[in-house]
Design a protein around this ligand. Structure first.
Ligand code: AMP
Ligand code: ZN
Length: 492
């Protein structure tokens, strides 16, 4: 089934298919690595992950490029304040970004170019712009894009710039003015700033030029899809279109996807508002990476989402329910045969799941039939009306669900462990939830020993001691599950 996705450029929901009939060529604006990302940033990367996973599930190959902006105003400012070269400054945040993506199980794009490694391509694009009269140099040696040369400016964000002032300039990377200005393509070197010696002078690229040059380098002058958060629509994406189409005279990206904001009390989560949480903040509070993933993708990308801790609690419970259900399915012993009601329910759940995602990636509607199927099947098992053939019908449906949502395998211990090690290194153990600290104070070996002691106590019919051990472990966030194959334990 073809994915139908809202296209910001046309304002309509349209089929998204590879233009070359082979692989979908998509570019996603990546992080600016001046600090740790917050979960608003990760909402955008997670929703794009849902998109790429759904395309793959439905048989479309993807060629996904995501850049790393490792030079911009903020990076230069922060590295300067820290007194280190920008490369050294950004390395640490690039590492943290990938660690966070791994924790959230975001698949890696096929290519991840860094801005500082593509200066020649940016310079070449600026030269082409100058050659067609769309770029000019100012007295200080900087280069600007001449907005007047591109009458279509505003076609993505649907802003009308017809009355714009010719020659008014802006040299910062981010601005929110409604009246557009000529924007900096290349910024002449300033004392103490990182710069490159190039054919267009000594200086550094503007943010917008970076993305035009890198997307066209890896995907060609015209490609299928360009994505990013809604704040990038103007000016960043509008500027990318202007820079690229002025020289190629081709449609830069056919389809544009913008992920709506994660909000806190109705306001955009952002560094500057100070109303943000990083992934690490939440892991240290004891929330699991899988729950954070599910919570941030459960509201469809086209709607803004208000962040609440309740949503993390709900996601934790939802995951627990599905994991328990899958465990019951795989470990249970069922008689041969099929229950036609369950067979039908499994088939319907899969159809609804695929339909909901095909319809502009409606993740909320896609989740619902899977939980419903679990409910129906659980009831059938309770009533002993569930058969081996029903398990075979349901497992692939759960498999499809997890190919996109990826929360069923319990791999939550590792991200939490890493976050704790990080907190220790950064002197932030004070931010760790007491229960989490207590659980970590018990080594795996110590837990195994207590579990063995409890089993021995039970065998000896010393139930008081067995209960005492169970409670002790529970206080330290370790839960026990008695099963036919012995006792399993996990950290909560
Ligand atoms: P940055 O590292 O600031 O360039 O942002 C990385 C990505 O996160 C961009 O696609 C932004 O549009 C996106 N973004 C920033 N804030 C939010 C938010 N509150 N909710 C969703 N996406 C956001
Ligand atoms: Zn970009």
């Amino acid at each position: 089934m073809t994915l139908r996705l809202f296209n910001t450029l046309t304002g309509q929901i349209e089929p998204l298919e590879p233009g070359d009939g082979k692989a979908l060529r998509m570019y996603a604006c990546g992080p600016t690595v001046y600090d740790y990302g917050h979960i608003g940033n990760f909402r955008t990367f997670l929703q794009i992950d849902i998109l790429r996973r759904f395309l793959k599930l439905t048989g479309t190959d993807v060629r996904h490029v995501m850049n790393i902006t490792d030079v911009d105003d903020k990076i230069i400012r922060n590295a300067g304040e820290a007194g280190v070269p920008i490369g050294e400054y950004t390395e640490r945040y690039i590492g943290a970004f990938f660690e966070d993506l791994d924790a959230l199980r975001v698949e890696r794009p096929e290519q991840i170019p860094r801005a500082t490694e593509h200066i020649p391509q940016m310079v070449a694009l600026a030269e082409r712009l100058a050659a067609v009269g769309a770029a000019y140099q100012t007295e200080d040696g900087s280069w600007y894009f001449r907005l007047k040369s591109f009458p279509e400016y505003g076609k993505l964000s649907k802003k009308d710039f017809s009355g714009m002032e010719d020659g008014a300039r802006v040299d910062v990377d981010e601005y929110e003015k409604d009246s557009a200005r000529d924007f900096a393509l290349w910024k002449a070197v300033k004392p103490g700033e990182t710069s490159w010696e190039t054919a267009i002078g000594r200086g550094r690229p503007g943010w917008h030029l970076e993305c035009s040059a890198m997307s066209m380098e890896y995907l060609g002058e015209s490609f299928d899809l360009h994505c990013g958060g809604e704040d990038l629509m103007f000016p960043h994406h509008e500027n990318e279109i202007a820079q690229s189409e002025s020289v190629t005279h081709k449609t830069f990206a056919r389809h544009w996807m913008h992920v709506r904001f994660l909000l806190v009390d109705g306001r955009k989560m952002s560094k500057s508002e100070g109303n943000f949480y990083t992934l690490r903040d939440l892991l240290l509070k004891g929330y699991k990476a899988s729950a954070i993933r599910l919570a941030l993708v459960s509201v469809p990308y086209g709607n803004q989402q208000n962040f609440t801790f309740d949503s993390l609690v709900d996601a934790t419970k939802a995951i627990e329910r599905l994991r328990t259900f899958r465990e019951r399915l795989t470990a249970g012993k069922f008689l041969a045969g099929e229950n036609p009601v369950i067979q039908e329910a499994a088939k319907n759940a899969r159809v609804k799941f695929i339909e909901a995602l095909s319809n502009d990636l409606n993740t909320a509607e896609a989740r619902a039939p899977i939980f419903e199927l679990a409910r129906t099947a659980n009831t059938a098992m309770d009533e002993e009306e569930f058969f081996a053939g029903d398990r075979e019908a349901i497992l692939p449906v759960l498999g499809d669900f997890d190919a996109v949502f990826d929360v069923l395998e319990d791999r939550d211990a590792e991200p939490t462990r890493r976050a704790l090690a990080w907190a220790e290194k950064e002197g932030r153990l004070g931010d760790v939830a007491p229960e989490l600290l207590a659980a970590q104070s018990l080594s795996d070996e110590r837990i195994e020993a207590l579990v063995a002691e409890r089993s021995a106590a039970k065998k000896a019919r010393n139930f008081a001691r067995a209960d005492q051990i169970r409670n002790e472990l529970a206080e330290k966030g370790v839960v026990l599950e008695d099963s036919k194959d012995g006792v399993k334990w996990k950290r909560k």
